[in-house]
Design a protein around this ligand. Sequence first.
Ligand SMILES: NC(=O)c1ccc[n+]([C@@H]2O[C@H](COP(=O)([O-])OP(=O)(O)OC[C@H]3O[C@@H](n4cnc5c(N)ncnc54)[C@H](O)[C@@H]3O)[C@@H](O)[C@H]2O)c1
Ligand SMILES: O=C(O)C(=O)C[C@@H](O)[C@H](O)[C@H](O)COP(=O)(O)O
Length: 554
Amino acid sequence: MNHNKVNGSVTPKKQYRGPLVVIIGMPGAGKTRIGKEVSNMLKLSFMDSDVAIERQEGASIPSIFKDRGEDEFRSIESDLITKALLDHQGVLSLGGGAPMQRRTRQALERYRDQGGLIAYLDADPEEMMERALRSQNRPLLSGDARGEWLRLYDERRPVFEQLANIVISTHRAAPSVGAHKLINAIQERVVHVSGADPYDVRIGDGVLDHVRELLGSKPVRVALIHTAPVQRHSDAARAQLRTWGYQVLDISIRDAEAGKTVQVASGIWKRLADEGFTRSDAVVGLGGGAATDVAGFVAATWMRGIAYVNCPTSLLAMVDASTGGKTGVNIPEGKNLVGSFYTPLGVVADTRFLATLPNDIFIEGLGEVVKSGFIMDTHILDIVEEHAKELRSIDCANITPQMHDVIAELIERTVSVKSKHVSADLKESGMREFLNYGHTLAHAIEQIEHFRWRHGQAVAVGMVYAAELANILGYLDDNTVEFHRSILASVGLATSWDGGDFDSVLALMHRDKKARGNTLRFVILDRIGHPIHLDNPPESAVKEAFERIRSNGR
Ligand SMILES: NC(=O)c1ccc[n+]([C@@H]2O[C@H](COP(=O)([O-])OP(=O)(O)OC[C@H]3O[C@@H](n4cnc5c(N)ncnc54)[C@H](O)[C@@H]3O)[C@@H](O)[C@H]2O)c1
Ligand SMILES: O=C(O)C(=O)C[C@@H](O)[C@H](O)[C@H](O)COP(=O)(O)O
């Protein structure tokens, strides 16, 4: 399913008729063969504009050119394509020269701007030329065929690049490989984050390729910051970065919260200095949320700020940590107490990375997913409830296509909730604090448990705590509090905690970044989907809610 990207959110593709995708490119790029493969894989109809013209006119393309001239051919072609853009529902492949005709190009631009997908297939010119010259059905390639092909390539490529919103390299690719790349691109989801430094979050199989366009040609060196458990993915990313011509500094750091420290950051700064890392170089953070937090912090601080791209590999990092520009590290006194708001060039959430994610880490990521349902997109709660059993027992190495779509939808929706808050309030002066639902207690739990508790699990208990607090103060009824417990427990998330004592927890909650002076501040709900700020609640209520989240509390 495709979406337009709209500031701070995604919206379902505008309801318009027309093809799922239109394929353009030079003769020999593989438009017809890949188009037919995609149609077969997606069980859609396939239309080739040249074939349709020959059928409609009862004559071959060369004879139409010979008997009626190119202008009349282009007019026939433009009429047929304009009609197909309105009523052909499958895959449409265009003759190489079609987009060069003004009326056809305008029709394509209208189709694209209404949410349509135009895929430009490109490959090595020699490879395409060799394939094109094998076919005799190319009237424009008679005579000095090579020279003419190259001339047309130079003339047409800028138009293809301007029109397309998908570019697929078919270089040395079998049609089935090219078709899979195109299907992945068609099914890719994009959430746009607006604000002073806007960027996109791309979600889907194979989206790693977007790192290249995000980094661009300025960086000579790229520091790839990752951790051991994601070695398979960082190896692939490193190889890809080198193929693109970047000098890669491979920086493997301590895993999880142990890597999210000033000491680790300092070691990276030293490495960057030793390697002569300049302001035009860039950082790629690849890993869970702890890795992307520290990578972002290094990018924010090295020479007062260099470019970085996040490649999240855990569910929690994909749905939350990698987006929004909160970078930082923990210190012994508390979680995330040192850091900076620093926006990435973009986020590339390649769902292939989930294949190695352990089940318990996947489940903790659902804590931030359910949170987003409670604070804004309540459809997330419907999806989680409907698929609770499969989500709780997920084997990430064997995710079915159906569950892949469910997970991709949850990722997209959760990122969209985060994006709406971040786009409106990057530095958390108000609305963005709602993303902190459940976190006031959660961070205290993580601190007291010396990070033995996963962040997502702590947030789950924190949300039950906030619901109890809201219930005590008359905002939420018992059923809504119980719904918090039931939906969290249904996907394997914790709903109680017996560690620590109230006084130590209270002291840590006062150190939360939402606190102002001596004012203790929480985010609670006054109804599902509607968070509010709660400042300085009576200590009796704070304590009563704390007792209620103990395992014998309710
Ligand atoms: N910056 C933000 O806005 C933000 C938002 C939410 C959470 N966070 C931070 O993110 C962290 C939690 O993120 P997390 O849950 O990803 O924790 P994490 O980074 O500790 O990762 C959890 C574990 O899973 C492993 N892992 C990650 N991806 C994997 C994969 N594809 N295959 C195999 N193993 C994989 C990691 O190596 C680690 O061992 C916390 O530090 C939290 O404070 C930051
Ligand atoms: O991005 C935000 O803002 C959030 O609050 C998202 C939280 O889910 C996330 O855990 C964040 O790291 C917590 O931020 P903090 O400022 O409380 O450390």
